[in-house]
Design a protein around this ligand. Structure first.
Ligand code: J7C
Length: 418
């Protein structure tokens, strides 16, 4: 591409270096690999910049880049890749705790786990990792008779947690400790490590890393993890309302043709997940499948860097394939041999939760028919810079045996950063 000399002096583009690989999804994005030097011409938004690499121009994710020549230490934003000040700051106020406590499906599930294991909890030592207001710890103290519950909380909420434990007569059993669980010193190993660590798309926030580090350090051999396992579920779906709201809108607003804005709408709205999606079961085009499964006893922190899953969906009814919807389930094994496993399911056929579901939109909808096969794989890649973030890549193909389908849809790659 010729970059002709411009008349007036523009802001000279800044040179940035790529901190990790990025694969474009769509012609308006620019792929690069770690170490590439990109010229940033326009920081069009906080997340996406207009940049040039070897004469090719496109959108790039800003969080993957660092100003060239800035050493790791110089860049203050990289001093806090866990963004802990912001993260634990957000849990120091009531807003998120009210949201979690108001989620009856979530909170009642943890209560049911304690009640159904109350006999086996007798005289056990429990750690409640990321206890927040201490609700799970107080369930343990009120509904069972453990010998000790270490309620661990890193945010400033902890001072209120101590008050709540005392207010509810649990101070004999519950010891509240402030700090990151993986850095704390406990006086003893624990028999049960219970935690409500799940984020959007199961892993966002990556609090799970803290749970695994605490497991390796404080859970005694033969101890129990609650949740014991977790799974990310995926389903191809229709999302006509969302598509109409964000894309079809530009076709004829107030009698005018705004379709030239549709590529921008695609870039701005459909290249990142919609976390607050509530999918109607009727919009599922097939049965869901678990694409990523975590065994909380064996999964390692290093496994979290990149998790892959295959999928094969058989379309059960004709419809418009707008995207994929993801949610998670977690399982709590019984402390008694052969006892019933308790499950928290955040999917469309269960009671709604504050996590809702996550919608990944395709860059263009596709008509599908009963019997079509949508198969491919999903890759969750943890952001090498921002440790609480990840990128989700979906590759899929459609094999259709309907006569009027011209050819199988080519390989489609979607990248969503969240
Ligand atoms: N997605 C969620 N369930 N978030 C709940 C997170 C709760 O655990 C707390 N928390 C998260 N990570 C940690 C950690 N490593 N150590 C202690 N508390 C933590 C956080 O302050 C909040 O109260």
């Amino acid at each position: 591409m010729q970059t002709e000399k411009v008349e007036e002096e523009e802001d000279a583009p800044e040179e940035y270096v790529a901190l990790c690989d990025f694969t474009a999804s769509g012609s308006e994005q620019l792929s690069f690999i770690t170490g590439d030097k990109l010229l940033v011409h326009n920081k069009s938004s906080a997340d996406w910049w207009w940049a040039e690499l070897q004469g090719v121009i496109g959108y790039v994710p800003a969080s993957y880049l660092r100003l060239d020549g800035a050493e790791e230490g110089d860049d203050t934003s990289l001093e806090d890749p866990w963004q802990d000040d912001e993260y634990f700051g957000s849990y120091g106020t009531l807003r998120l705790h009210l949201e979690m406590l108001s989620d009856r499906s979530r909170t009642e599930t943890y209560r049911q786990v304690i009640v159904s294991n109350s006999a086996s909890l007798r005289d056990k030592v429990v750690m409640d990792l990321g206890c927040g207001t201490g609700i799970i710890s107080m369930f343990c103290a009120q509904l069972a008779k453990p010998s000790m519950v270490y309620a661990v909380e890193a945010s400033s909420m902890v001072e209120h947690t101590r008050q709540l434990v005392k207010q509810n007569g649990c101070e004999e059993v519950v010891t509240v400790l402030q700090g990151r669980a993986e850095e704390l010193e406990l006086p003893e190993q624990v028999d049960i490590l219970v935690s409500e660590w799940m984020g959007n798309c199961l892993l966002f926030e990556f609090m799970v890393e803290s749970v695994l580090l605490a497991r390796d350090r404080w859970l005694r051999d033969g101890g129990v993890m609650w949740p014991s396992s977790a799974a990310l579920a995926l389903v191809p779906c229709q999302a006509d309302n969302y598509y109409t709201e964000k894309m079809a809108f530009w076709e004829r607003p107030y009698g005018l043709d705004f379709t030239p804005l549709q590529p921008l709408a695609q870039q701005e709205f459909f290249t990142k997940p919609k976390f607050s999606h509530l999918i109607d079961p009727e919009d599922c085009l097939s049965a869901p499948c678990d694409v990523i499964c975590l065994n909380m006893y064996t999964v390692q922190v290093r496994d979290l860097e990149e998790m892959k899953g295959e999928f094969q969906f058989c379309v059960e009814k004709p419809g418009i394939f707008h995207g994929f919807t993801a949610w998670f389930t977690v399982q709590f094994e019984s402390l008694e041999m052969g006892g019933a496993t308790v499950e928290l399911n955040t999917g469309p056929n269960s009671d709604p939760t504050h996590w809702k579901q996550t919608l990944f939109m395709l860059d263009r909808p596709i008509q599908v028919y009963t019997g079509d096969s949508i198969h491919g794989n999903i890759v969750l890649r943890r952001n090498p810079v921002w440790r609480r973030h990840m990128t989700v890549m979906l590759h899929w193909n459609i094999n259709s045996n309907t006569d009027d389908c011209q050819a199988n849809i080519s390989l489609n790659i979607h990248i969503h950063k969240c």
